[in-house]
Design a protein. Structure first.
Length: 296
């Protein structure tokens, strides 16, 4: 008699893997010498090329069933994601990895407000406290690293770009949380990534950058951005959005500054100070508080 064993993927474990993969993004962007919008464009283009065949082979009918409302929402999500990538990639040229990544992950504040207003998700006092604790830890990391790394001091321009990236990625998360309840993962991300790629393609042209002619090393970095942060990071996160509330997902993404800071220390020589380490502990505490409260 055959025994059937079913394996279920834990949304929490998948989210942890996605956060780690996303933590490599800032390092890969820093290693790239290409213009930030070009790196962002090819990251999304190659990611789209990887997910689109799966969508059209296994979920072809889902595209025809897309309502105009869901299609419009996916277009908005893709445009918001393009602005996020363009702003955040550029911010890494003007501020430290720790400062940029922590500021861009201030998005739980915007997600929490938007989830309450648009999605009807209840945000209780403990969740609000957890978000505030997490943001406080991220702020400590930012202030500390602004003047203690081998790079120049963080600039207002770079920090502002990171905050813009936070606002736009919050819109991307909220749209995904709503639409993913009705649309399968691969058709959804194919539309979103496709819109994002087209938007970034136009941005590269407007900025006057070359589309081709980059050395092999750059193309390898573009592929790395697509496979790691793109497929494992964002696509897995979109799968998780169907199983966990948007606030939980967005706050868990605040683990990215921890991973990115550690990788920056090892690979870029940007060593965090004791104050930065303290901020990291506060960030973890905030994530744990929110996750446990939302899970209950």
């Amino acid at each position: 008699m055959a025994v059937r064993v079913d394996y279920e993927v834990s949304p929490a474990a998948a989210l942890a893997l996605a956060v780690f993969a996303t933590s490599t993004s800032a390092i890969l962007v820093r290693w790239s010498a290409a213009p930030s919008s070009v790196a962002a464009f090819y990251r999304v283009l190659f990611t789209t090329a990887l997910v689109a065949p799966v969508a059209f082979i296994f979920h072809r009918g889902a595209f025809a069933r897309l309502s105009l409302c869901d299609l419009g929402g996916a277009v908005v999500a893709g445009t918001a994601l393009a602005v996020h990538f363009a702003a955040w990639f550029e911010s890494l040229a003007h501020t430290t990895v720790a400062a940029s990544v922590t500021l861009v992950q201030s998005q739980p504040l915007f997600v929490a407000v938007g989830a309450g207003l648009l999605l009807g998700e209840r945000v209780g006092p403990k969740t609000v406290l957890g978000i505030l604790v997490t943001i406080a830890g991220a702020a400590v990391m930012t202030v500390s690293d602004a003047g203690t790394t081998s790079l120049s001091d963080a600039t207002l321009y770079g920090n502002a770009l990171a905050v813009l990236g936070a606002v736009t990625v919050a819109g991307y998360v909220l749209a995904g949380r709503s639409i993913r309840q009705r649309v399968p993962l691969f058709p959804y991300v194919t539309v979103v990534y496709g819109v994002c790629a087209v938007t970034l393609f136009l941005l590269v042209g407007v900025q006057g950058h070359a589309y081709i002619g980059y050395p092999t090393r750059e193309w390898l970095l573009f592929v790395g951005l697509a496979v790691g942060p793109g497929i494992i990071g964002h696509t897995v996160s979109n799968w998780v959005l169907k199983h966990l509330e948007s606030v939980v997902v967005s706050v868990a993404w605040l683990g990215e500054p921890l991973g990115a800071t550690l990788l920056a220390a090892v690979l870029l020589g940007e060593y965090p100070s004791a104050v930065t380490a303290l901020g990291a502990v506060v960030v973890i505490a905030g994530i744990a508080l929110v996750t446990l409260d939302r899970a209950r």
